[in-house]
Design a protein around this ligand. Structure first.
Ligand code: 5GP
Length: 134
């Protein structure tokens, strides 16, 4: 059965999309821990990130870098943090978490309330700042 993230890639489940190419896809986390909390995934279904082949893993991270740059440019956090967990959704993914202050916690446990309108605006801001990796 397709993972929930594959259903998002296929448009069967809506998302706040940020960026896409033929192999990778990026969208806002529906339960953000910070404004602009973004997920980056390979379209290919693999549960565990470190089961990806070396080239796929490197290219996923390069794609994630391009999205992190777009977050930095559009939302101006202090920096964008990277987190990998994967216990909830069995489809490899990287969390990009904008960090706005030195005291901000980035653990996945503490979710933030963000309205649908603001989620849509954040996705637009990041997406408009995104430049595909070379
Ligand atoms: P992890 O598997 O790394 O522990 O967490 C999975 C992440 O995916 C969570 O932060 C959760 O909020 C997010 N997530 C789960 N289902 C959906 C969904 O249907 N849409 C979006 N945009 N994010 C989701």
């Amino acid at each position: 059965m397709a993972t929930i993230f594959t259903k998002i890639v296929n448009g069967e489940i809506p998302c706040y999309k940020i960026a896409e190419n033929d192999r990778f896809f990026s969208f806002l986390d529906i339960n953000p821990v910070s404004k602009g909390h973004t997920l980056v995934i390979p379209k290919m279904e693999t549960d565990y990130l470190f089961d990806l082949g070396d080239v796929d893993l490197c290219e996923l991270m390069v794609f994630a870098k391009s999205v992190a740059r777009a977050i930095d440019k559009s939302l101006s956090p202090m920096r964008t943090g990277v987190l990998v967990d994967g216990r909830e959704v069995p489809h490899a993914h990287v969390h990009l978490i904008p960090i706005y202050s030195g005291r901000q916690k980035t653990a996945l446990g503490e979710k933030l309330e963000v309205s649908k309108e603001e989620m849509a605006r954040l996705a637009d801001q990041i997406g408009n700042a995104w430049e595909p990796p070379l």
